[in-house]
Ligand binder design. Structure first.
Ligand code: AMP
Length: 208
């Protein structure tokens, strides 16, 4: 099964993907995680991408498309989290992957802003927390490996507004793009996490 998790930054795509991937034997492929790894390892891609990421802008299509195409080689069971984010990316994706379903996560703006500003991540294993909704057992420390949690540079208030605008202008058109292909289903995320996870499980595999 080849799935896309679509929706604005911070809505919970990555968190839900982490909670359902094992049930369906899917690999989560997060372009944000892949790019951040490249930034940390100071690869050429990381150096080229960092400036865009810190400013809350999208990394140029050709860079992101290349890493996804490379990653998907020989894979048939995955969740794409954070890709595609532009129509160009979606058109290119079509050339190397047949997507079965797109889950479009929705929420009120206030919910998204609260999720983004309260998000903390483990820089080592990429586990996602939220200071109130998904707190770690020990404040500020990853449950899995004891690493100190960080707030992403682009989750700070200056970047959040820009990222939401980028979503509106460049990513939201994908909702209509996939709707037309009859492979898109919506999941309302103005609910507690267990309910969001259950609702996502209920729509996976559903044809409209
Ligand atoms: P995310 O972790 O998905 O919020 O991504 C963090 C940042 O990585 C984004 O704000 C972009 O700068 C960059 N990024 C991630 N995925 C993409 C993509 N598909 N296209 C362009 N830039 C991306």
């Amino acid at each position: 099964m080849r799935l896309i998790f679509l929706g604005p930054p911070g809505i919970g795509k990555g968190t839900v993907a982490d909670r359902i991937k094992d049930k369906y034997n899917l690999t989560k492929i997060s372009t944000g995680d892949l790019l951040r790894e490249n930034v940390v390892n100071k690869t050429k891609l990381g150096i080229d991408a960092q400036e865009y990421m810190n400013q809350g802008k999208l990394v140029p299509d050709e860079l992101v498309i290349k890493i996804v195409e490379e990653k998907l080689k020989g894979m048939n069971n995955y969740i794409l989290d954070g890709f595609p984010r532009t129509i160009v990316q979606a058109q290119e994706l079509k050339k190397f992957a047949k997507i079965d379903q797109v889950i479009n996560f929705t929420a009120k703006d206030e919910t998204i802003i609260d999720r983004l500003s309260g998000r903390r991540i483990c820089p080592k294993c990429n586990t996602i927390y939220h200071i109130r909704n998904i707190p770690p057992k020990k404040p500020g420390i990853c449950d899995k490996d004891g690493t100190k949690l960080i707030q992403r540079e682009d989750d700070k208030p200056e970047s959040i507004k820009k990222r939401l605008k980028v979503y509106q202008n460049q990513t939201k058109p994908l909702v209509a793009f996939y709707n037309k292909k009859n492979i898109l289903v919506n999941v309302d995320t103005d609910k507690p996490l267990p309910e969001i996870v259950d609702n996502t499980i209920n729509v996976i595999g559903l044809k409209r």
